[in-house]
Ligand binder design. Structure first.
Ligand code: ADP
Ligand code: MG
Length: 391
């Protein structure tokens, strides 16, 4: 890895580590409904404490847009973190001065209360850097933004990747940066338009790419197939053809559905039929899932692949039985991963939900919950927060 990790720091006695974390947790009626993001930060906090450091946590919450919005204070997170860590976590309501109390862990107020955060302001970054002696970024999910607490501050004091950042970058590198070949990608979801950059990047890198979900319809349409009343971006016909041509040039084998599951109503257990692509569709027919022949073709290629990168479900997985292709592919990927034959990395909001639904999220090599940062990384973009660590 081209950046320093916590293994590169030895003694931090008497020093303070400024640590950027992602504590933008979901909250309902003042209660944290999912504390995953707090748990993810624990290894870094513990490791720094073991090395003797005081830990100064920086985070954002919601979108106060550079103003103090009391309802968006991070104060409520301190006791929750304290309970998970089993150690005092103080809260500092100002970023203007170093915390001077006795606690070894302190959480500072929402960095986005300051206008300099989102503008990556040099003066605000200096203020953040003055809160400690070294900087640690453990928030991969915020690394696609060049903000003062993710980018500029990393250039002012010695910067390191935290444990969860390291884990995520290592997994992503194994999936797309430096993967074992053959490599297979699965891209699904609803629309081509939201994943153009991603498709373009992947066809240049992977040995095979399966395209599924609603976006496959646009490709099928571009190839001259009838897609009935399915979700289809007809205006992207030329773009789809371009992507297929690019794949051909780059030697990426594209797999599109061979058979489809068709229904007329968008609801669970709607009357449906499975048919080959060549069979006719009426204007009311909508393709909601890939059929068993498609799944078989996909799992055959997966069986011969060493690496899988997956974003986007193969069908409308929220509505059974249109979850069948997604669940079958997920289970096969899990089995291959468990038997050591496959490195499987997946990410994306609905993809994570689909893998959980299939009951196999824990069996993948790595599942990214980083959302926007994961997608931008799949698009081959430079993430400012990561680049700042690599200097
Ligand atoms: P992610 O959040 O993992 O990046 P997307 O948001 O791109 O994934 O896509 C997920 C959505 O795509 C799901 O809500 C799913 O219902 C929808 N989808 C999948 N296949 C189809 C289809 N054939 N027709 C319409 N929508 C589909
Ligand atoms: Mg989504």
């Amino acid at each position: 890895m081209p950046f320093k990790t916590l293994d590169d720091v030895s003694d931090l006695n008497g020093k303070t580590a400024v640590v950027r974390v992602d504590f933008n947790v979901p909250v309902e009626d003042g209660r944290i409904t999912d504390d995953t993001r707090l748990r993810v930060a624990l290894p870094t906090i513990r490791k720094l404490l073991e090395k003797g450091a005081t830990v100064a946590l920086l985070a954002h919450f919601d979108r106060p847009k550079g103003k103090v919005v009391p309802e968006m204070s991070l104060a409520f997170v301190a006791p929750a973190l304290e309970a998970l860590l089993g150690q005092e976590v103080a809260f500092a309501d100002t970023l203007d001065a170093r915390y001077s109390g006795d606690a070894r862990v302190v959480l500072y107020e929402n960095v986005r209360f300051h206008p300099g955060e989102e503008t990556n302001d040099a003066g605000f970054a200096k203020q953040l850097a003055a809160l400690g002696d070294i900087y640690v970024n453990d928030a991969f999910s915020a690394a696609h933004r060049a903000h003062a607490s993710t980018e500029a501050v990393a250039r002012l004091i010695p910067a390191y990747a935290g444990e969860s950042m390291r884990r995520e970058l290592t997994a992503l590198d194994a999936a797309l940066g430096n993967p074992q070949r053959p490599t297979l990608g699965i891209v699904g979801g609803s629309k081509v338009s939201t994943k153009l950059d991603l498709l373009k990047n992947l066809v240049g890198k992977l040995d095979a790419l399966a395209i599924g979900g609603g976006m496959a319809n646009t490709f099928l349409y571009a190839q001259g197939h009838d897609v009935g009343g399915s979700l289809c971006e007809k205006d992207l016909k030329d773009t789809a053809i371009e992507i297929l041509r690019e794949a051909d040039t780059k030697g990426c084998h594209i797999m599109l559905p061979l058979d489809v599951v068709v229904a007329q109503e968008f609801k669970a257990n709607a009357p449906h039929r499975t048919q080959p692509l060549s069979a006719p569709l009426s204007a009311d027919d909508k393709i909601f899932d890939a059929g068993p022949l498609t799944v078989e073709a996909l799992t055959n290629v997966m069986a011969g692949s060493k690496t899988l990168i997956w974003n986007g479900p193969l069908g409308v997985f929220e509505l059974p039985p249109f979850d069948a292709a997604t669940v079958a592919a997920a289970k096969f990927a899990a089995q291959q991963t468990k038997s050591g034959k496959l490195v499987a990395v997946a990410g994306g909001g609905d993809t994570v939900a689909a893998l959980n639904h299939a009951g196999v999220a824990d069996d993948m090599t790595f599942v990214s919950t980083a959302g926007g940062a994961f997608l931008e990384w799949m698009e081959g973009k430079v993430l400012p927060g990561v680049a700042a660590l690599e200097q």
